[in-house]
Design a protein around this ligand. Sequence first.
Ligand SMILES: Cc1cc2nc3c(=O)[nH]c(=O)nc-3n(C[C@H](O)[C@H](O)[C@H](O)COP(=O)(O)O)c2cc1C
Length: 215
Amino acid sequence: MMRETENTTTINQLSQKEKNLLELLERRWSPRSFSDEKIPPEIIVKIFDAGRTMMSSFNEQPWRIIFASKDDAHYNKLFECLGEFNQKWVKTAPCLGVVLGKKHFTKKDKLNRHRFYDSGAFMAASTLRATSLGLFVHQMAGFSPEKVTEKLNVPEEFEPLTMFVIGKKAAPEQLPEDLQKQECENSDRNEVDEFLFGEQWDVSYTSSDKNNSDE
Ligand SMILES: Cc1cc2nc3c(=O)[nH]c(=O)nc-3n(C[C@H](O)[C@H](O)[C@H](O)COP(=O)(O)O)c2cc1C
């Protein structure tokens, strides 16, 4: 696909695109109550096709995915890799996956310390695509990378980074009682001022002298 190089977008179209993006960002969250409705493989491909568009260091695209629908023979192998807490709620979701990162750059045979960062960007874009399709993604750090490597015969060059489920959300009532409350609460976010700094560490960029000066 060719890049759009000409500035043909009008202000109105731009603001509609911006609205669409903001709406997606607002709609995304990580539910734990999933419906068991199966997600067709072509939808799964669409979701990760969005991740494919992401930038990565040296365009390495270090991400890989092992995916299983509940009716696939290897689903249980993946499920057994989850920590006890995650197994409690993941069991209703129709599928399960793991994101893996390639440890070295292919062309340079050098450690790729950006593999986590790039794979996170890949999952962020994929997650937003899932959101646009009316689906939800919930990622998990609570699993054993060693078990994934062993049970799924992952080559030494690849490292399991996060697991995830994708699906339609369901009513909170199907969750164990201790998880129902969290399901209904918004998760907190830091304000931009708390992480956007200028010259001085921990001093907001927008409140620094330079930006407040009347000169
Ligand atoms: C890398 C990563 C690991 C996570 N691990 C878990 C996990 O093991 N179990 C879980 O229930 N949620 C897990 N989460 C979900 C986060 O708790 C959640 O994204 C965060 O609280 C913000 O909430 P929101 O996604 O609903 O906005 C994880 C999310 C990410 C991105």
